[in-house]
Design a binder for this molecule. Structure first.
Ligand code: AMP
Ligand code: ZN
Length: 133
């Protein structure tokens, strides 16, 4: 059972990573963001691109974050080149909220590649949908 998303930066694991308090395998960092290997990779390359500022989810961005979002998407593209998955192809995804599968309550882009990915982006259980009504 997934825990409900917390809305504060307190105890946020990705804020701790951004502040250098939790060790990660870092791929990139600048003033705005940090990128590091996912601890439980779903593909040979699975990097998380994370803003240093605490934003709980994509649903919480404001017009002020538009430039930051552009920088993060651009960084995904640059990292794909750097990690040699640009030519073969890759996937960038954002899970949003409980039903979107978001577990860590700090916005992050998943950059996945290094092997053919499944065509299906996601799946759902019809029984779960019925139960939720
Ligand atoms: P999401 O389900 O979109 O919230 O994805 C959260 C991702 O963060 C998962 O793929 C986790 O494996 C990953 N993750 C959680 N904690 C860490 C950590 N300390 N270092 C690297 N990846 C992490
Ligand atoms: Zn955070």
């Amino acid at each position: 059972m997934k825990r409900p998303l917390k809305r504060s930066a307190k105890d946020c694991p990705f804020c701790q990573i951004a502040n250098g308090k939790l060790p990660v395998s870092q791929r990139f960092a600048d003033a705005d963001m940090i990128a590091f290997d996912d601890i439980h990779p779903h593909a040979p390359i699975h990097v998380l691109v994370v803003p240093k500022k605490h934003i709980a989810s994509l649903a919480d961005i404001t017009p002020k974050d538009k430039e930051l979002m552009g920088k993060m998407i651009y960084r995904c593209k640059e990292l794909a080149k750097k990690l040699n998955i640009a030519d073969s192809g890759y996937r960038v995804t954002v899970n949003v909220g409980k039903w979107g599968g978001q577990v860590v309550p700090h916005l992050h882009f998943h950059l996945l590649g290094g092997a053919p990915l499944t065509e299906r982006l996601s799946s759902y259980t019809e029984a779960a949908v019925l139960l939720s009504k």
